[in-house]
Write a new protein. Structure first.
Length: 202
């Protein structure tokens, strides 16, 4: 499962958003807005700080009643004229008829202008909606995926294995040729011996 997850994220243009596998979504964190900071204490939360390029696994939210302050959510949000995929922490939940107003902010971001408010009642019609809750993260795997998506990484993951495969096939062909040549020489030698034996007895 982990290998499939890495490969799917690797060959997906991460700027397009998340990939899905086995009912879970995955993406890498694109900014430093959730990195560890003295501005915000995350020690009591399930998901701590998230470094840039960390891999996060996201589970779909079946019931927003289960969301609480401190949870980390991934959501789509329009900033300026561009819809972005953002992963931030819930800092406030306000109940409203039919749903909630959920306020989110990055741990490493200060100021009221840097918060996002998502209305869960408009999830199907709004450009601003929640994708899911972050349930797991791993910085090392995120770094591996990020590196492998570079030109050097593509050489390492695609071209190099292909080159080794070609070299291995050439090795097998050479080995087979040598074995056939050796068998031919042995057969020729045996025939020569028989011929000599015939001359001796004759």
């Amino acid at each position: 499962m982990l290998f499939c997850l890495i490969m799917m994220v690797l060959f997906k243009d991460i700027n397009q958003g998340e990939v899905e596998i086995f009912g879970l979504k995955a993406k890498t964190v694109l900014s430093s807005s959730m990195e560890e900071t003295s501005l915000f204490d995350t020690s009591s939360y399930e998901i701590k700080s998230l470094k840039r390029n960390a891999l996060v696994v996201i589970d779909e939210i079946d019931n927003f009643d289960d969301i609480k302050v401190g949870d980390v959510l991934t959501f789509k949000y329009v900033i300026g004229a561009e819809q972005k995929v953002i992963t931030h922490r819930v800092i406030k939940i306000e109940e409203k008829p039919g749903g909630y107003l959920i306020t989110l902010k990055g741990d490493n971001v200060n100021g009221e202008d840097n918060v996002q408010i998502v209305d869960t009642t408009l999830a199907e019609t709004s450009y601003n909606y929640i994708i899911g809750k972050v349930v797991w993260s791993n910085y090392f795997l995120g770094i591996v995926i990020t590196i492998l998506k570079t030109k050097i990484g593509i050489v390492f993951t695609v071209i190099t294995p292909s080159l080794f495969l070609i070299i291995y096939e050439i090795y097998k062909l050479v080995k087979l040729w040598r074995e056939n040549k050796k068998n031919s020489e042995i057969k020729l030698l045996q025939e020569r011996i028989k011929e000599l034996e015939g001359n001796i007895h004759g």
